[in-house]
Ligand binder design. Structure first.
Ligand code: ZN
Length: 431
């Protein structure tokens, strides 16, 4: 059979339920989807591919999924370091009001896409202003972006759309989308329980639910946020969402650092997911999310980088490493093992987005988002255990090839759809 792409010869980490590794395996790709995964020799005999990637000596795994970010904040990378979350927000909101326009967002997203492709990140959940510009930039690069309208009731929003007009604007956006493309679903962003009132949250979630959209919201990022929301509404953020009937399997919380036992139980009971952003949480001094407790309660946990102002990079592999390290600070070196952390960046991230049937593992019928990690470097030898290699030793620069929707967007470390020199020059000229 003639197929579009055959990636052959590496050890394929399928990330299926059993975390099956096919040594000397191959992935057959056709029309953007995984057709088969199996022994390389067998698949080479069965298929003639229009394009091949020789992955001998490499690891082949699903593309990494960034479940919480603000891509266009690459624009402000390095401008608000070593400050508290509240100090950070104060500065950033002011700059955003001055700086943001569709053209700047598009330029910053192009940079973020280039950085992500290089780091083996094949899709991201991106909450930001001017999402249409971000979508356009991602589409031009062939990269998978999960985005949609954002709600944040702040004075003078950068896009000039006051809260009162936003519901109508968002409805028109969701209606215009039509049926979701494979590997995508509609998304609505509610910024937080401190920038939206309970009434607004209820309206926004109702709109999202009408369209079967994922709702993504920052919640319980640090103790100050929790105290603020308690003063405003008499309840903690997760408690408030639960009391309003707004938790559910269609909801993904960003951060979820400051949680009580009953709140963890509420997330498990309602099937609400969490995007864990360990680097951002550490850098902003927010604390350490109770991920081992969330996992043992059965909560789906994906990994995010957050924006490049709060974590300075869109390196999901770095989040894997940090997730596998930071929870051990409690004194328990078995907390969040290497394999678990890699699953959080792939299949669990896909599940957190409600796209676990389409993304996150290399299994027949899923979208062909995959990466090839080059092991030909001293820091990756000897090759005892692929999970250990990925979680504790690999760097983004070890990613050699990146495929999104069956299309090779990075081959031998060269980007095929993004002119990164031009992208950098364009962004720097704007600043
Ligand atoms: Zn965020």
């Amino acid at each position: 059979m003639s197929i579009d792409l055959l990636v052959h010869g590496g050890d394929v980490l399928t990330m299926d339920d059993a975390s099956t590794v096919v040594r000397g395996g191959a992935v057959a790709v056709h029309e953007g989807a995984v057709l088969a995964v199996g022994p390389a020799q067998e698949l080479r005999e069965r298929h003639t591919a229009a394009e091949e990637i020789d992955a001998a000596g490499c690891l082949v795994l699903p593309g990494l999924i960034n479940t919480h970010t603000h891509l266009a904040m690459t624009l402000l990378r390095g401008r608000a370091d070593d400050v508290t979350l509240q100090g950070f927000l104060e500065r950033v909101l002011k700059w955003e009001a001055e700086l943001l326009a569709p053209r700047n967002v598009a330029a910053a997203v192009r940079l973020a896409v280039a950085e992500s492709l290089r780091a083996g990140v094949t899709s991201a959940l991106d909450m930001y202003w001017f999402h249409e510009a971000a979508e356009q930039a991602a589409r031009e690069a062939g990269w998978r972006l999960h985005t949609g309208p954002t709600f944040m009731d702040v004075p003078g929003p950068p896009d000039g759309i006051a809260y009162e007009e936003r519901l109508g604007w968002a409805r028109r956006d969701l209606e215009a989308r039509g049926p979701a493309r494979p590997g995508h679903r509609p998304v609505v962003f509610a910024h937080s329980t401190y920038t939206l009132s309970p009434g607004q949250l209820t309206e926004v979630f109702a709109l999202a639910r009408e369209f079967g959209a994922l709702v993504h919201i920052h919640a319980a990022e640090n103790a100050t946020e929790v105290a603020t929301v308690e003063v405003q509404h008499g309840k903690r953020p997760v408690e408030l969402l639960d009391s309003l009937g707004l938790l559910g399997p269609d909801v993904l919380l960003a951060h979820a650092v400051d949680l009580t036992g009953p709140e963890i139980a509420a997330l498990a009971r309602t099937g609400t997911g969490v995007a864990h952003c360990p680097v951002s949480n550490l850098k902003l001094g927010c604390g350490i999310a109770p991920v081992p407790r969330l996992l043992s309660a059965g909560v789906t946990v994906g990994l995010g980088t957050d924006g490049a102002v709060s974590s300075n990079s869109l390196d999901v592999l770095g989040a894997v490493r940090q997730a596998a390290l930071v929870h051990k600070a409690s004194g328990d070196p078995t907390a969040v093992g290497a394999e678990q952390a890699v699953r959080m960046a792939t299949i669990e991230g896909a599940r957190a987005l409600g796209l676990g049937e389409q993304l996150g593992s290399l299994e027949a019928g899923k979208r062909a988002d995959l990466i090839v990690l080059d092991l030909d470097a001293p820091h990756l030898r000897p090759r005892h255990d692929p999970w250990s290699t990925l979680a504790y030793a690999a760097h983004p620069s070890d990613v050699r090839d990146t495929v999104v929707d069956g299309r090779v967007l990075m081959r031998d470390r060269g980007l095929t759809t993004v002119d990164e020199r031009a992208v950098i020059a364009d962004l720097e000229a704007l600043l």
